[in-house]
Ligand binder design. Structure first.
Ligand code: ZN
Length: 135
C-alpha cells in the first residue's frame, strides 16, 4: 500500500514569476531556491520552501501551455495541490484498481527530478491533484 506522506507543494499559476516574486520574496521574505523550465509542460517552475512544504510558482512559456490556458479560464491562483507519496508506481496501480480517473497513467518527470502524475479533478472533488515522489 503506497503511503501519502505530506503536502509536498501547492502549485500557483502566475503570469510572471518575477512579478510574483515581489510578493513571495519581497513582502513575505521567502526565497525562490530552484527555477527550472519543464519543456514538456511548457512552463517555468520556481520552488519556494515554506516550512515542510513548498509553493511552486508556474509561468507559461507558450500560449498553448496548460498554465496559459488555466490563467485564461480562471485567472492567476492555486492550480494544483501536490501530495508526496513513498511509491508513485504503486500509488497509480492502486488508483487504477479503484477506477480513479487519472490524467497520467504512468509517472513522468517533473521539476527537480521528481516523478509526478496528475489525477483528474473530476475524481477528486474539483482539485487537480499531483502525486510526486522524490528520492
Ligand atoms: Zn506541482
Amino acid at each position: 500500500m503506497a503511503k501519502v506522506l505530506k503536502v509536498d507543494h501547492i502549485g500557483v499559476a502566475v503570469k510572471s514569476i518575477d512579478e510574483a516574486a515581489k510578493f513571495w520574496e519581497g513582502i513575505l521574505g521567502l526565497k525562490i531556491v530552484a527555477r527550472e523550465e519543464v519543456a514538456s509542460q511548457k512552463v517555468i517552475t520556481a520552488f519556494i520552501p515554506c516550512g515542510d512544504s513548498e509553493i511552486e510558482l508556474l509561468e507559461a512559456t507558450s500560449e498553448d501551455s496548460p498554465i496559459a490556458k488555466y490563467i485564461e479560464k480562471n485567472g492567476q491562483g492555486i492550480q494544483h495541490v501536490a501530495l508526496k507519496v513513498d511509491n508513485i508506481v504503486e500509488a497509480l496501480e492502486e488508483l487504477k484498481a479503484k477506477e480513479v480517473r487519472l490524467i497520467d497513467q504512468a509517472p513522468r518527470g517533473g521539476a527537480g527530478g521528481a516523478s509526478i502524475a496528475f489525477l483528474h479533478p473530476k475524481a477528486t472533488g474539483g482539485v487537480l491533484l499531483e502525486l510526486c515522489q522524490r528520492d
